[in-house]
Design a protein around this ligand. Sequence first.
Ligand code: BJ8
Length: 388
Amino acid sequence: MSVFEEKMHCFKTIEDIKSSYPRRIRQIADERRSGKKVVGTFCLFVPDEIIFAAGADRVILCGGKNDTIPIAEQYLPRNICPLVKSSFGSIVNDGSLEIRSCSHFSMVDMVVAENTCDSKKKMYELLEEYVPTYVIDLPQRPDSPEALQYFLQELEKFKCVMERLTGNKVTSERLQQEIRSSNEIRRLFHKLYELRKKDPVPITGLDVLKILQKQYFLSPHDVKEYLNTLISEAEQIIPDGKHKPRIMITGCPMSGGNTKVPDIIESRGGIIVAEESCTGTRSFLDLVDEDKDPMLALARRYIRIPCSCMSPNDRRTDIILELANDFNVDGVVYYTLQFCHGYNIEKNKVQQALKKAGIPMLFIETDYSDSDIEQIGLRVDAFMEMLS
Ligand code: BJ8
């Protein structure tokens, strides 16, 4: 076995991240006992910097598990995306189906949501019955001249909501401090991704996904620590294996608990080298300008997130092509969750652009169940064979 293959799945940091859940839960429970407020979020458009600057903590509430979906389907239609159903099911779970959802779903003082896709928007209306829910209104044509100003006003309102929740003033100094802290995390992700440009790659996509999924769950302090140690570990590996088809995933986020498609890809001979998604580059690619007025700098950075809820969203296609080139990608797996209309429809534009660039693409639409694993596996096998 080569040095590369031997070391591929044994990062100590990844093992630590996998077992970080109980510690984080204890941390949140302690914070709440001492009067600190905890905010739950569902989306990258909600700036963490404002939450932290108000002295609150935050945890992401996006569900990636299948077992809470039946609970959600008592309230929501079956034909909406599994991420929305899984999240809602985790929050409203009263134990009646003998399924335990993760405890952090019941540990938030407020949900801060956002107007993105229809399923999420309507789910938030129901959520209000279970937990105080505040919705940031996003302008959905980000390139229009009025959009930035409108979004800035929305963030100002959100800042006031956080001040009321915590009783703390959000000062420019505190915001600047949090912007620097979040940028530090973004820079560390850039550094980690640089290592993934090597061929062979010193770390699997599945391992990187572990920290991507936890970045909005753990505290920023812990995320920085984990990133630093993971990078040092990965830097010491001398890649020595044979070339595997280098895959980029693009599309819907993969929330904690959902690793189905990366599992299939990497168990069938591919290696994931980049993810254009919210559990991927969308979370860290752009930094917030540290030299500008903090609220304006936040508005400018966040409004540019290339989510399919935005229209037009051509920036996403440009980024995909750029990443494919930078990471020397052999093929792209376009991943969408069932009933996610935004990413499903955007597939056409992305496919055309990739075709023009001569990059093969495999489209996978799936949910959180195991029922299609074999079928997806066969399609991935054929894709790998074509790329080899
Ligand atoms: S910024 S991708 S985190 S909205 S998968 S719930 S879009 S139907 S999660 Fe998202 Fe924010 Fe955009 Fe990112 Fe709707 Fe699609 Fe479901 Fe989705």
